[in-house]
Design a binder for this molecule. Structure first.
Ligand SMILES: Cc1cc2nc3c(=O)[nH]c(=O)nc-3n(C[C@H](O)[C@H](O)[C@H](O)COP(=O)(O)OP(=O)(O)OC[C@H]3O[C@@H](n4cnc5c(N)ncnc54)[C@H](O)[C@@H]3O)c2cc1C
Length: 462
């Protein structure tokens, strides 16, 4: 088996799940000198960051940058490739009922180029890849993960490592290694899932005119519309980069409730729509996931047809793409050495072992399908994520990243944002490398040294 022989079976740091957070964790671990292997079930890196959403949360409501480091390097590389205009500022969260001085900014980018940028950054850092490999099990001895099992086209493969990072977006590794996990709110509610879709030839000027006269697009002055104008990556005139509101695509406008939407453009006339939703999906249950994929694909086809038929601005538009699968806003959260709460976030608390910053308001997509609720941070500030949220209580050599860190259902409503999970990934990768170098456990490393190392890599730790 010539091919089989080349499969790498062990590394110092094994990152399982090469998505938004995991890919950055692997790059950070390798740059910090650890022999690093990334195990990913897809054929590319990036996970949900390749679904077409813009990066949110790089800046707080006062316009101060709170995420930098590797996440900023990703943006810089996308800009150089003309796949992103960079950060687009100048939006506001203010509404007629809630006048606020609270900046809204976003960083749109071409998701195809995101796959490439992460691949190149990982390759340059010396990360080893095992793609098309899905975690199926973990061997735990005396509280430490000795090895994992993955399923591949070459059959089942066993891999071993000194430190493991769970970047699966579902805490698959933590769950299989026996860590305590939670899912949903105290009432058992889980945020809804969405299939993101792209439409081409959209006339956003007409959409905004319709919004102003409340013609099929609603919410002006009464909800967080956040109209943002800016340039795209190419030398083209200013245009609407971001529009939010409530859409009424139905033939009989009163027959069904409006759909809350955001529309984000990376290219002229091309907009990604975050609009349809399926509720009551447990993303760790294959039957639920199957139902979600079927329902959401039908929803997107129905809604995109109705937009073209009934909504101003869509007359010449067509559906030109959907994300690889439904986007999961919330999945397992691993119980760690510290549990980040909504109060910590909203009061902008700082921690001695802070390793990343976040600033986006808590954003809960109603588990029952109603309007999205936003909770804003004190004085438009930013919050801190302690390293302990990445360290599961019940494992000696595991770190958790992405939307699976130790935080409550409410706090995850902001820590899950892409800029924040990239910052978390950088911290975890750096911590994993430090663990290996110092021959300690993730729990016992010196967090002052970790913070120093992160600062030296231009990460913002609070
Ligand atoms: C509908 C929706 C809209 C959003 N909108 C925005 C937005 O506008 N702006 C923003 O900043 N954020 C947004 N977010 C949040 C953000 O995109 C995600 O929370 C974030 O990307 C999650 O990162 P992650 O690393 O935790 O998971 P992911 O990026 O999903 O990565 C998980 C990776 O693990 C792999 N994997 C999973 N299971 C296994 C396994 N068993 N074995 C091997 N590999 C595995 C997956 O293939 C994937 O590559 C949105 C999320 C959703 C769902």
């Amino acid at each position: 088996m010539g091919c089989e022989e080349q499969i790498r079976r062990k590394a110092d740091v094994v990152v399982v799940g090469g998505g938004t957070s995991g890919a950055i964790a692997a790059i950070a671990a390798a740059r910090n000198g650890a022999e690093t292997l990334i195990v990913e079930s897809d054929g590319f890196l990036g996970g949900t960051a390749t679904f077409g959403y813009p990066f949110l949360g790089f800046f707080n409501g006062r316009g101060e940058q709170v995420v930098s480091g590797l996440a900023q390097e990703v943006v810089d590389r996308l800009v150089t490739l003309r796949a992103s205009p960079g950060h687009v500022r100048g939006g506001t969260w203010s509404t007629r009922e809630k006048p606020m001085v609270y900046e809204f900014s976003l960083t749109p980018y071409d998701p195809e180029m995101m796959k490439y940028v992460l691949l190149i950054m990982a390759e340059e850092a010396g990360v080893q890849f095992l793609l098309h490999a899905t975690l199926t099990g973990a061997v735990v001895e005396d509280g430490a993960i000795k090895g994992i099992q993955v399923h591949t086209k070459s059959g089942f493969i066993n891999l071993s490592g000194k430190v493991f990072v769970d970047g699966t977006g579902d805490a698959d590794l933590a769950a299989r290694a026996g860590s305590t996990c939670e899912l949903g709110s105290l009432e058992g509610d889980i945020q809804n899932v969405t299939l993101h879709f792209r439409m081409t030839n959209v006339d956003a000027e007409r959409m905004v005119e319709a919004l102003k006269r409340e013609d099929r697009i609603l919410g002006r002055d009464s909800w967080y519309i956040r109209l943002v104008r800016g340039k795209g990556p190419d030398p083209e005139p200013d245009r609407f980069i971001h529009i939010a509101g409530h859409m009424v695509p139905w033939d009989d406008p009163k027959s069904r409730p409006p759909l809350t939407f955001t529309a984000v453009s990376q290219r002229e006339g091309v907009y990604w729509f975050n609009m349809t939703r399926t509720v009551r999906i447990d993303p760790t249950n294959v039957n639920d996931l199957t139902r979600a994929e079927i329902t959401e694909r039908k929803n997107v086809i129905e809604v995109s047809k109705l937009l073209i038929k009934n909504v101003p601005g869509f007359e010449k538009a067509y559906l030109s793409g959907t994300s690889a699968r439904v986007g999961v806003r919330e999945s397992r959260r691993v119980m760690g050495e510290y549990l980040l709460t909504a109060e910590d976030v909203l009061s902008c608390k700082r921690f001695e072992d802070g390793i990343a910053m976040g600033a986006y308001p808590i954003d809960i997509h109603d588990p029952k399908g109603g309007k999205t609720i936003f909770n804003f941070l004190k004085e438009a500030g930013s919050y801190n994520i302690p390293y302990r949220c990445l360290v599961p209580v019940s494992s000696k050599n595991l770190l958790v990243v992405g939307k699976n860190i130790s935080a409550t259902h409410e706090a995850i409503g902001t820590t899950r944002l892409q800029s924040t999970v990239m910052a978390i990934g950088q911290a975890a990768g750096t911590a994993a490398a430090l663990t290996v170098k110092s021959n300690l456990t993730p729990r016992s490393i010196n967090t002052n040294l970790l913070r120093e190392a992160l600062r030296a890599q231009r990460a913002m730790v609070g």
